[in-house]
Design a protein around this ligand. Structure first.
Ligand SMILES: O=P(O)(O)OC[C@H]1O[C@H](O[C@H]2O[C@H](CO)[C@@H](O)[C@H](O)[C@H]2O)[C@H](O)[C@@H](O)[C@@H]1O
Length: 255
């Protein structure tokens, strides 16, 4: 019997490596496939990650996608081009395996958020602004003392602009409304080659909870990476190396 999803304070069991029927894997990037680094640009392509993604894509008949808060261009840079199906910026962009692309129209208020974030960064050394077109990110990993003020700014801007506040690991993002990782997962699952497979989503961040719930609703499950918390995931893995070990074992079990 698989463990149940829901509020969990205990350690989650590790996910299975062998599955009876067709499997569809949805993978988050930062904190799952790539260890967290001081800045977004510090994360680069690595041979082990690229190799296992290519092997999964082959073994799963193309039913593998990265669903990230990063842009698809960033996913391609870090995954070494190994993720043909990808969703970026928390579901606001989605590229199918054949290269066709869906992209939400950016709210004009994103530019206001970027401008306000840049003013804040100019006054707080170490704070970084990430302009993703459809969303704006304010990173304070290198200036943790600015976190409280950064949150107050982002919350105020969310109220003023109607943008959606997406907190992450030492980052506050304001995104164009209308998408999340769960909707991206469900959209992939409605199409070839994903339709009919068992969806499994691995993630670490709050933004990944929508993906866990969507996988669960479609008969699959979520895998929470990192420390335990209240989650919709059924299984857990401690860190990025454990994720890569698990993915390699999945490939081997299907070979
Ligand atoms: O959904 P994800 O793939 O997990 O992306 C979430 C955000 O990841 C990036 O920021 C995070 O990783 C950086 C590099 O390790 C780190 O410096 C930062 O503190 C983290 O928040 C990315 O820059 C964001 O755009 C993503 O939304």
């Amino acid at each position: 019997m698989p463990p149940s999803a829901g509020t969990l304070t205990r350690t989650l069991p590790p996910p299975p490596v062998a599955f009876d029927g067709p499997l569809a894997l949805f993978l988050d990037m930062d904190g799952v496939l790539a260890a967290l680094a001081p800045t977004p640009e510090a994360v680069v392509a690595e041979p082990r990650r690229t190799a296992v993604l290519e092997a999964l894509d082959r073994t799963l008949g193309g039913r593998m996608a990265i669903i990230s808060g990063r842009t698809i261009a960033e996913i391609d840079r870090i995954a070494g081009g190994a993720a043909r199906s990808a969703s970026g910026v928390h579901g606001l962009e989605r590229r199918r395996r054949d290269g066709s692309l869906d992209r939400a129209e950016a709210s004009p208020r994103v530019a206001d958020a970027v401008a306000a974030f840049r003013d804040f960064a100019a006054a707080h050394s170490g704070v970084i602004v990430e302009d993703k077109g459809v969303s704006a990110g304010l990173h304070y990993r290198q200036a943790p003392e600015a976190g409280t003020q950064a949150r107050a700014l982002a919350e105020g801007l969310a109220t003023d602009t109607g943008l959606v506040l997406q907190p992450g690991h030492m980052v506050l993002e304001l995104k164009t409304p209308g998408a999340d990782k769960g909707r991206a997962l469900s959209a992939f699952m409605a199409e070839t080659p994903f339709a009919g497979a068992l969806p499994v989503m691995a993630g670490d961040d709050l933004t990944d909870e929508a993906g866990f719930s969507a996988a669960e609703a479609l008969g699959g499950f979520g895998v929470l990476v990192g420390p335990g918390r209240e989650t919709a995931a059924r299984y857990g893995l401690p860190d990025v190396p454990a994720v890569l070990d698990w993915l390699e074992a999945v490939v081997e079990a299907r070979a």
